[in-house]
Design a protein around this ligand. Structure first.
Ligand SMILES: Cc1cc2nc3c(=O)[nH]c(=O)nc-3n(C[C@H](O)[C@H](O)[C@H](O)COP(=O)(O)O)c2cc1C
Length: 331
């Protein structure tokens, strides 16, 4: 129930303040070169302890516990775990009873009957994205020469993301942002017409990242104010290359060979130092909440690499499943 993908399948496990977090990957072909060092670059991009992000910094050393032998994948399930070392659970002592507004505390309490590990957001924490990034590193290897690149376009409407984050933090507040992801060069024919359309599975993957609140492909919501003559992408050669890319590289759920382009919205962080209104779940009494602990004023700063990872996972799954369907020539 907590996994994603068909042929290239991932499951994540762990809690923010438990022993470890990690990922199980099933369906990775044998013979892919993999070592602890393969993960360093992308894991570093996800880490906090930069301006506008959390002061919690973890070593994020990947333990390759299964599925890798003599520096290559074996074709059997891969288990990668990361020890949690920099924990300050005392910051969360009241959080079991007083849910943070717009965080997962309230729904977790109701759904799991109060048995959930609430420390640092438990299983709902952004820390769980460490496993997603690790799986993404492997998916990116499978995808080569396709390259997924995500960038933070703006934070709170401003292109200077760090200044916007710091201004919010100074005011005991938080901000979100918009991330764009582009994949190139794209093959024609990935995806299915309806339920496994490329938009469907990418949206599924993106909304699995905590805090993503919206997605648009190509021109997205702006299409509502465009004429067909403006939106339609003129086809300029037999490979289907188009002059514009308002469709974001997908037609009928299927990749058309142009760059795959989409944007996601990251919400402002729920945990802010400003006082907030909540209730005590045990007594029902209204209460004022002052959140302690180390939080990202703007976790959007850390999310581009997670978006890339989930994109690579979706595309690898399509490729391994062989959804291209037709390999001949129409000439
Ligand atoms: C990399 C990353 C870091 C995050 N850091 C924080 C944080 O410091 N504080 C917080 O309240 N939420 C943080 N979040 C977001 C929460 O995990 C998320 O808002 C929460 O699970 C509720 O889910 P929802 O926003 O999708 O409804 C982070 C998310 C990611 C992906």
């Amino acid at each position: 129930v907590n996994g994603f993908g068909r042929a290239f399948r991932i499951n994540i496990f762990g809690e923010s303040h438990g022993d470890c977090v990690g990922v199980v990957i099933d369906g990775c072909p044998a013979g892919i070169e993999l070592s602890e060092e393969s993960f360093a670059f992308d894991l570093k991009r996800r880490q906090g302890c930069r301006l506008g992000t959390t002061q919690r910094v973890e070593k994020d050393y990947p333990l390759l516990q299964s599925g890798v032998f003599n520096g290559k994948t074996t074709g059997t399930p891969i288990i990668i775990s990361f020890q949690n070392q920099n924990i300050r659970s005392s910051d969360y002592k009241n959080q079991g009873e007083i849910p943070r507004p717009s965080h997962a505390d309230f729904v977790a309490w109701k759904k799991f009957g109060g048995y959930h590990d609430y420390r640092g957001g438990g299983h709902f924490s952004g820390r769980l994205t460490t496993g997603l990034v690790a799986a993404g590193v492997i998916a990116k290897k499978l995808l080569s020469p396709l390259k997924c690149s995500a960038t933070l376009l703006e934070v709170h409407g401003q292109s200077d993301a760090v200044s916007a984050a710091l201004a919010a933090e100074k005011n005991k507040d938080s901000v979100g942002g918009i991330i764009e992801c582009r994949t190139t060069p794209m093959p024609i024919g990935l995806g299915e017409p309806f339920f496994d359309s490329v938009e469907s599975l990418l949206s599924h993957a993106m909304f699995s990242i905590p805090g993503i609140k919206g997605i648009e492909f190509g021109s997205g919501f702006a299409a509502a104010n465009m004429y067909g003559s403006e939106f339609n992408d003129p086809i300029i050669d037999k490979e289907g290359r188009t002059q514009s890319n308002h469709s974001g590289g997908i037609n009928g759920g299927i990749t058309n060979g142009n760059d795959l382009v989409f944007r996601v919205v990251v919400r402002p962080t729920a945990s802010i130092a400003k006082e907030q209104k909540s209730i005590n779940l045990k007594t029902g009494a209204s209460t004022t909440l002052y959140i302690q602990g180390r939080h990202d004023a703007c976790f959007a700063l850390r999310v581009p690499v997670v978006v890339e990872a989930m994109t690579a996972i979706v595309l690898s799954d399509f490729i391994i499943r062989g959804t291209k369907n037709y390999s001949g020539s129409l000439e």
